[in-house]
Design a protein around this ligand. Sequence first.
Ligand SMILES: [Zn+2]
Length: 205
Amino acid sequence: MAAKNQCISCGAEAEYSFRALEVQTLPLREMTGERKVQALGRFTESAVCRDCARKQLSDKLNIARTVRRDVLIYGGILLAGILVAFIFLERVRVIGLVGFAAIVCGGLGIYQAFGNAIRHKKEAEALPEAEALAEAAWEVFLKKAPAKSGESDLTYIPINRKTLAMKNGDLMIAYDLVPELAIKAWDLIHDSKPKKPEALPEKQV
Ligand SMILES: [Zn+2]
């Protein structure tokens, strides 16, 4: 991982710096359904440069680029479904029906990809540019930060004005935490608050 004031993505001098709390989630499949075991990891510090934040923001504003990957995947499923349905429906009805299921799955996937892309674009456009860039910088961090620790999935709670103002119930919902962990996370986040915020050398996002 890059040094504290270097961009996590390209290594250039960073503009946005983050402090975040790691959350480790291990999904367990049991007879009674799915359960997750969660633990709080360590605090991590990282930074992102202005160029990478700007690129992420312009990508987000470009719907064609955002949906390209999903359209390829779900388009493939859709086409395979059409092919299978066409070939097998008359001969082996069950396989033909699987083809129809793939058509529905592919179609829904494409619809959802466009829906999400349009929603993210609108959200980004509604923010003042400085805030949209700060948010884009956080997204660059999320893309580059480790996503796994052993079997567990890693997610991150940013420590900033917004999360410091949240109650533990808000943290629980926003970061998908189990209730006990939301309480623990709240305590940790509030203990980690710098004693003298004015003495911070870098802009906190
Ligand atoms: Zn960069």
